[in-house]
Design a protein around this ligand. Structure first.
Ligand SMILES: C[S@@+](CC[C@H](N)C(=O)[O-])C[C@H]1O[C@@H](n2cnc3c(N)ncnc32)[C@H](O)[C@@H]1O
Length: 199
């Protein structure tokens, strides 16, 4: 098992408790975003399944995470979703799904921690159908000085515990081939909603 997976396995133990404040503050934004899901949905990096209640009823959702311990916890919450939901252990950087198989990919607080974000986003592009949508809730590097520079300095410290705080996720989404159709600042320019389409 690699270090990244081991770190998230360990984080799974107190993940729900540690995220109470985040869900309370940002849950409504995730719900607003995930309401836009249509058809066959891939939820990337389900974590412990805290995002399941934000999805509209009746969808067909495949949720993945590369941490077996996160998958275990997410499976405990599966029953609360009224629709088709399966949770699968998988790495977004190397997916087994055939190309063009999903209508929507949804994800939250993920591309701060995927080891090679562009590789992961290219895999998402591959498995999305043409005109399929990518819906993301993400924290990113601040554009303004000195905040952005401070985030660069602090990133090696944060990396020891989990996420990187200076990811340029918008740029990465474009590098993977997507067209961003909406970028909404939830908190300053550090917590954002992205909506993107595979042309
Ligand atoms: C900050 S947590 C977010 C979990 C969930 N989306 C939420 O907001 O509650 C990041 C998650 O990304 C998962 N992850 C990181 N890199 C991954 C990868 N390459 N493939 C699949 N899951 C990954 C971790 O295991 C962890 O569960």
């Amino acid at each position: 098992m690699n270090d990244h997976i081991a770190r998230w396995n360990s984080a799974s133990k107190c993940f729900d408790l540690a995220n109470v404040g985040i869900e309370r503050r940002y849950g409504k934004y995730k719900r607003e975003l995930f309401t836009k899901c249509q058809g066959k949905v891939l939820l990337v990096a389900a974590g412990t399944g805290l995002d399941f209640p934000y999805f509209p009823e009746g969808l067909e959702i495949t949720a993945i995470d590369f941490s077996p311990k996160m998958v275990e916890k997410a499976r405990e919450k599966m029953g609360g979703y009224s629709g088709k939901l399966e949770v699968v252990e998988a790495d977004v950087m190397s997916l087994d799904f055939p190309g063009k198989s999903f209508d929507t990919v949804a994800t939250s607080c993920t591309f701060c921690s995927v080891p090679d974000p562009v590789k992961g986003l290219k895999e998402i592009y591959r498995v999305l159908k043409p005109h399929g949508r990518l819906l993301m809730f993400e924290h990113v590097r601040a554009g303004a000085m000195p905040l952005g520079a401070m985030m660069d300095i602090m990133t090696p410290l944060f990396r020891k515990f989990g996420p990187e705080i200076n990811r340029r996720t918008g740029e990465n989404v474009r590098k993977a081939g997507f067209t961003i159709t909406r970028e909404y600042n939830v908190y300053l320019d550090m917590v954002k909603l992205f909506e993107a389409v595979r042309p």
